[in-house]
Design a protein around this ligand. Structure first.
Ligand SMILES: [Zn+2]
Length: 234
């Protein structure tokens, strides 16, 4: 339940004027009945296959939790904050200044500025593909990369999680620190983050960072595939 933000200070609450406010029902406040409805609400139905797949021993728990919230539309994106009446409707636009509303699918896949890191990731991996503009479908296909050996799928999962994690950090840097990095810098962070996670949690991963940067597929155990083309059926 803490994952759903039910606990004090969690995502279901907003800190307003030094007191906690129960967002699902701002007028009446917290009630057991309201909490039950919040936990069993139909607006974010359980997708067991999708949400269960976020837990992986190569990925830090806080990042898995972040993706779990993302896939359940529980992230504090601006559209969700407007829906919960935390911010006003005028603040719903994407912090990248692209002119679109900040929704999860836009932020992580559709934004010409923030999500353009994905095309750099494809280029880094020497893979060409058509991918979904829906985050759940995107994860599903990226983490089970068509034509790639099953043993490599966990590496793709690590890279995809590192990508959304660093995109979110970039978004927060723009919003709260007034700092902006270009997509190539975000890509560098994705490479480093994924490398550090693998190095920390996979004893058989003996490669140096330069190997990971330059010969990523080989480090993933994918051999004889210098350029791989796959098309997803969406
Ligand atoms: Zn945008």
């Amino acid at each position: 339940m803490a994952c759903l933000g039910w606990e004090e200070g969690g995502g279901a609450w907003a800190h307003i004027h030094d007191r906690w406010k129960w967002l699902p029902d701002p007028s009446q406040g917290y009630s057991v009945c309201g909490a039950y409805q919040f936990l069993t609400s139909a607006d974010a139905p359980l997708d067991r296959e999708c949400t269960d797949n976020v837990w992986h021993n190569l990925i830090p728990l806080k990042v898995s939790l972040f993706v779990w919230r993302l896939l359940r539309s529980r992230l504090a994106t601006r559209d969700n904050l407007v829906r919960r009446r935390v911010i006003s409707d005028e603040l719903i636009m994407c912090p990248a200044g692209c002119g679109f509303r900040e929704e999860a699918d836009h932020l992580f896949l559709g934004c010409a500025t923030l999500s353009s890191v994905w095309s750099l990731v494809w280029h880094w991996l020497q893979i060409s593909s058509v991918y979904s503009c829906v985050i759940r479908d995107h994860f599903h296909h990226f983490c089970r990369m068509a034509g790639m050996p099953r043993s490599s799928h966990s590496f793709f999962k690590v890279i995809s999680f590192a990508c959304v994690w660093n995109t979110w950090k970039e978004r927060n840097n723009r919003m709260f620190n007034n700092k902006a990095s270009d997509p190539n810098t975000i890509l560098d962070n994705v490479k480093l983050t994924s490398f550090l996670w693998l190095k920390a949690h996979l004893p058989s991963f003996v490669f140096a960072f330069q190997d990971w940067r330059r010969h990523t597929l080989l480090c993933m155990g994918v051999v004889n595939l210098l350029f791989h083309v796959c098309s997803f059926v969406l």
